[in-house]
Every structure is written in structure tokens, then in C-alpha cells.
Design a protein around this ligand. Sequence first.
Ligand code: PMP
Length: 463
Amino acid sequence: MNMNDNTRIDTQAIQAIDGAHYLHPFTDNQALGKKGARVMVKGEGIYVWDSEGHKILDGMSGLWCVNVGYGRKELADAAYKQLLEMPYYNSFFQTTNIPAAQLAKLLTEVTPPQFNHVFFSGSGSEGNDTVVRMVRRYWDLLEQPQRKVIISRHNAYHGSTMCGASLGGMSGMHAQGDLPIPNITHIEQPYWYENGRDMDPDAFGIKAAGWLEAKILEVGPEKVAAFIGEPVQGAGGVIIPPKTYWPEIQRICDKYGILLVSDEVICGFGRLGEWWGCEKFGYKPDLMTFAKGVTSGYVPLGGVMVGDRVANVLLEKGGEFNHGYTYSGHPVACAVAIENIDIIRREHLVEKVREETGPYLKEKFEALADHPLVGIAETCGLVAGLVLVKDKKTLEAFDSALEVGMVCRGHMFGNGMIMRAVGDRMIIAPPLVITRAQIDEMVALIRLCLDKTYEDLKQRNWI
Ligand code: PMP
């Protein structure tokens, strides 16, 4: 983008009103107010530009959502057309709208065969609130109202509403606001590098799934309603489970008749090289939360795919389910989603990740493991994570108070690369349209910034 004088933006003026009035999510707003937020003004493909004209490679697809890349005119056109035709109507008054009905049908075509129904929400968090209400409704209708407990994992992320944050396993979120709400409990995550390095990964996967069975027995199987998990934990730091984990989770859920919920808000829509993470890892959920990639983040939309096991009970025994949102089935969001899914299909993005860019990223990104700062580097489809370590031989970690991940993130941002830090785990999830040449460019940038971080840490005497 040419930042000529006509398009020049008064960064300081925007920062001033932003700092004075806008409370940012997950942000120390006082600190940000002093520093001033970076003003993002444009996106094209896998790149974004800030108001000072810096071009930045967006290794995070915004927040794991811009799957088809920035600047897609087709999506803007779909929204514009629908905005003129019928910008809004609700689905409460025994009414529907054309894009919502069409998207519902389309979603059943791109999801596994057990899914023939969808409930729409406006976001992933709302989708998971719907999950909690629907799971309880299901067991009530089956006259097992005592089945209330939902089991999740520590370090999971399922959103920021009261239910979403409770299902999530982020201690920092639980600490603010007396969470989790009752009847939600957590088991340890399947993080081999941290919890199972002394074991074969497959054996560790079975062990980690076994924590679910232990929890079910502790709670009492007759009280457990559902288990929820992300196929690969995203916000927790791209935690990729061993391949044995999910099939064993499935076996345990089946054994006790517990509903299995896959939170596909990040992993859905091709991110792992299959349409859905559950397909990649070989399990069959009863409910599936989605958001983000459904519209590539261009407009807000989320929802829950409802498998036949649950849908049949709701439909046959159900009556009215007293739940829904103003924006359930929003026509503009649904119109954009239809076009977005069409792009994913037309451009064969799922196959591209599975056969071309996923394996290529694996080869290039995992080679970063030779860097003196890197303990492990791993990928799954188009998500990837590496761990910064103090001592490469012993894999000794840095003191967490040093926030080495944030130091590294600063070097990334400063050199035109968006890579997120989760503790000392550096993660990426680039747009699915990224090419091989752009993967080369991205991995070269990451290596350069790892070098700069290494020099910086040496100067600080931290290594
Ligand atoms: N579930 C998962 C797995 C997520 O990653 C997120 C968002 N990062 C959410 C739920 C919440 O989605 P939203 O921010 O749209 O509410």
C-alpha cells in the first residue's frame, strides 16, 4: 500500500481518542493508554499495514480467523448485497431469512455426517454458552437432570462470557469473578512437552486421556453431562495432543454415555488440513462449536453444530428451548459465511493445507528447532508453536517473571512479523491462503527475530 499524503492518518490523534475512551479486551488499559495502540488500517492477503505505513506479515490471521486472507472483494460484495436487500430480521417469530436457511444446509454438507442441524450465535463464546444450555436441556429431557457436570481441561480456551470463561481453564480468568460457575471442572491438558517428556508420546496420550476417566469416577458417572475440548488448544499455546489422545477420549465418553463436545472455533474450516479438527484426530463429537473461520472474521458469526443424538431429543421431546440471540442467523453474517465457504471450496484451501502448505510449514518451521533458543518446534496443519528455552541441552525454562516471550514478540512486531507469545511458547496460525514462498519469507523472519532475541537476552545477561 502506498501511504501517500492523501491517505496519511494522524496516528497520534487516533491514539489519543483510543486511549481516552476505548477499553481494549485482555489489555492493561492504563499501560496501553500511556504507550498508544498501534493503529491497523489495511489488510491484503497475509499482510496488514499500520497507520505509519509499516507492512506486517500477519502470522496470526488476526485472531486465528482470517482464513481466506484480507481484502477479499467477494466477501464485501456478499455483505453489501445482503445489507441492501434485507439487513436484519430475527429468527424468533417463526420467521427465517434466506442466507440463514441456506447456510444451515451448507454447514451440514461440510461437517461430519452426524451433523444435520445448527444453532447460530454471534461469537464463539456465545456458541459455548449455547453448548452449556443445550447439554443441560438434553439431559433434562432425558429425565437425567442430575447430569450437570461438564469436564474441560486446564489451559483450555472456550471464550470470555461467564460460561465460556468457566469452561476455559485459564487461571487468570477464573481469578477475576469467582469462576468457574458451579458444575464445571477441569483435568490436566495433554501437553507432552511439559507433562510427559519422559514418556513415549503415544503412551502419554493414553495416560492424559485417562485423567478424564479418573475425573468421571471422582465426580460420579451419573452426574457427568459432557466433556469439551479443542482438538488442538489454540490460545493455550498451540498444544498439539499425541495422536492416541482423542480416540481414547472418545472411548471413555462412549463408555459412560457422556456427550463429547469439540470446540472447533480455531480448528474448524480447514485450519488443520481437514475441514474439522475432529476429522484430523479421528473422533465423532455430538456437538461442535464454530466461529472465526466461518466468515474468515469479516463479520461476527458463531454457532453450534448439533449432532443427531442431541437434535433428535430436542426435536422429538423438546417443545420450546428458551434460548437464542438477537443475532442468531444474522442475514448479513450468513451471506458472508456462504461466500466464504464457497471461496474455501473453490480455492481448495483445505486440500492445499493438507497436501501442500501444511507439510511445507512442518518442514520449514520444525527446522527452527536447531536455533539455540528453541527447545521444541512443532506444527499441525497451519498452526505452529515453538518453546523458548534458557538451556537447549537440558531444556531448562526461563524464569517466567522475565517474560521472555514478550521480549521475543516485541522483536517480531518490530521487524514486521506478528507472532503471538503464550508464556515462552511462540505461536502462529497464518491465513490458509499463504503460499510456499510466503512460508519461506515468514520462517526467515522468525529466524531473524529469534537471532535478535538471542542477542538481546545475552546483553541482558539472561542467558
Ligand atoms: N473457543 C475457542 C477455541 C477460541 O479460540 C475462542 C476465541 N479465541 C473462543 C471459543 C471464543 O470465541 P469469541 O472470541 O468469538 O467469543
